[in-house]
Design a protein around this ligand. Sequence first.
Ligand SMILES: CC(C)(COP(=O)(O)OP(=O)(O)OC[C@H]1O[C@@H](n2cnc3c(N)ncnc32)[C@H](O)[C@@H]1OP(=O)(O)O)[C@@H](O)C(=O)NCCC(=O)NCCS
Length: 185
Amino acid sequence: MRDGLPHLTAVERCEALTDQDIADLTEATNAAIIEGGGFGWLEPQGQGMLERHFRGVLAIPDRELFLARLDGRVVGSAQLVRPPRNNEAQGATAQLTHAYIAPYARGHGLARGLVRHAEEWARAAGFWVLNLDVRASQEAAIQIFEGLGYTRWGTHPAYARVRGQLVPGYYYYKVLDSARRRGSN
Ligand SMILES: CC(C)(COP(=O)(O)OP(=O)(O)OC[C@H]1O[C@@H](n2cnc3c(N)ncnc32)[C@H](O)[C@@H]1OP(=O)(O)O)[C@@H](O)C(=O)NCCC(=O)NCCS
C-alpha cells in the first residue's frame, strides 16, 4: 500500500473489536510474524488463537490495546501493560509491548503515531514512565523508539531464542513529559 496514493491513517485505543477487525488483525499479525517480528510468536497463528488473544487483552484490566488503521482497516497494534497492583513503587510505570505494523502498511507513519498515542493515553492515565524492550535485530523499531526519545539502558545478550539461536535485545525507558515537569517543580 506504499503506492504514493493518499491514504487515511488513524490510531486509536481499542474498546471493542468487530469481526472485520479480528480478521484484519489476524492478517496483519501473521504478516508481521512471517516477516520476522513484533510479536512473541515465531510462527503464524490461526484466527481462533489470535481472536482469543486479542479478546483476552480487551477483557483483562491490566492491558490496553491500541490499533493502527489504514483506510479504515486494522493493520497493526500495540499493547500497554500496567504493573501488578501490589507493585506500588512501580505503579506509575507501564510496559509498551507487541508493537508492529503489517509489512504491507509500513512507511505511513503509523508506528510513530501508535506509540505517541499510547504515550498520550498513558500520560493521561497517570503513568510517568514507559519501559519497552526489543530484539537487537529490529532496526526500524530501534530507529523509531530512539527518535521518540526512548533511552537505551541495557543490553540482554540472551534476550530471546529465535530458530534455535539466542539473540540479544535492548531495554529502553522514557520518562513522559508531564512527569518531567512535575519532577522539576
Ligand atoms: C517497526 C515498525 C512498527 C515500523 O512501522 P512503520 O509504520 O513503517 O513505521 P513509521 O512509518 O511510523 O516510521 C518509519 C520509520 O521507521 C524507520 N525505519 C524504517 N525502516 C527502517 C530500516 N530498514 N532501518 C532503520 N530504520 C527504519 C525510519 O526511522 C522510518 O522513518 P522515516 O520514514 O522518517 O525515515 C515495523 O517495521 C514493524 O512492525 N517491525 C517489526 C515489529 C517490531 O520490530 N516491533 C517493535 C518491537 S515490539
